[in-house]
Design a binder for this molecule. Structure first.
Ligand SMILES: NC(=O)c1ccc[n+]([C@@H]2O[C@H](COP(=O)([O-])OP(=O)(O)OC[C@H]3O[C@@H](n4cnc5c(N)ncnc54)[C@H](OP(=O)(O)O)[C@@H]3O)[C@@H](O)[C@H]2O)c1
Length: 189
């Protein structure tokens, strides 16, 4: 199946690739021959995980703290120094704060919203030139957003900001799809 579904030679960025689902996604990309970038708030942790994943291919760690407003632009600049195109952006980095309604804080709310929602939008914005440089009519570039069951249906724990951020991310994904799909000649209007 390799020739049919090959991603070898493509470039991917997986935010928050130092643990959990992000590491799994990055490992899969690396194994299939993608030059894969991962991020962490901690440059040392990003480098350490990248070194582990690079045992099976190419993986590079970059530092980014998405609670900071300038992180998407800084990360885009870092990647732009190394790559001329980006085939796949995975907005995976996520934060949670479980806080009861009586004690939830504005700082916790803002942190979760900033990492889960603001960063996904502005990183997509900042990466557009590299994504557009990779895209062809036959093989568009991709943005993958990690949503959550916590943003659907009936919430089952007190994670107000998390659930709201993921529900918003689901809708943001539809909005991005509507606009960026227009870049793709075969996309249904
Ligand atoms: N696990 C689940 O059951 C589940 C279910 C539904 C959806 N999700 C979503 O899937 C994604 C991954 O989940 P996971 O469980 O694999 O998470 P995880 O193991 O907690 O990993 C989260 C990643 O996000 C990064 N991160 C956290 N805060 C950050 C910040 N301020 N700036 C930059 N990076 C930050 C962490 O990097 P550092 O700590 O190295 O900085 C880490 O690599 C998240 O978006 C999550 O909401 C997870």
């Amino acid at each position: 199946m390799d020739p049919l579904f090959s991603v070898a030679g493509k470039v991917a960025l997986v935010t928050g690739g130092t643990s959990g689902i992000g590491t799994m996604i990055a490992r899969g990309f690396v194994r299939r021959g993608m030059r894969t970038y991962i991020t962490s708030r901690n440059a040392g942790q990003a480098a350490a995980m990248a070194a582990e994943l690079a045992a099976e291919g190419t993986c590079i760690g970059l530092a980014a703290d998405f609670s900071r407003e300038d992180a998407p632009a800084l990360l885009a600049a870092q990647l732009g120094e190394r790559e001329e195109r980006l085939d796949v952006l995975v907005n995976n980095a996520g934060a949670n704060e479980v806080a009861q309604i009586e004690t939830a804080t504005a700082d916790g709310w803002d942190m979760v919203m900033d990492v889960n929602l603001r960063a996904a939008f502005f990183l997509s914005q900042q990466m557009l030139p590299l994504l557009r440089a990779a895209a062809t009519a036959e093989d568009p570039a991709r943005i993958i957003n990690l949503g959550s069951i916590g943003g659907l249906h009936i919430p089952n724990w007190e994670a107000y900001a998390y659930g709201a951020s993921k529900a918003a991310l689901h809708h943001l994904t539809r909005a991005l799809c509507k606009r960026l799909g227009r870049d793709q000649p075969t996309f249904p209007k």
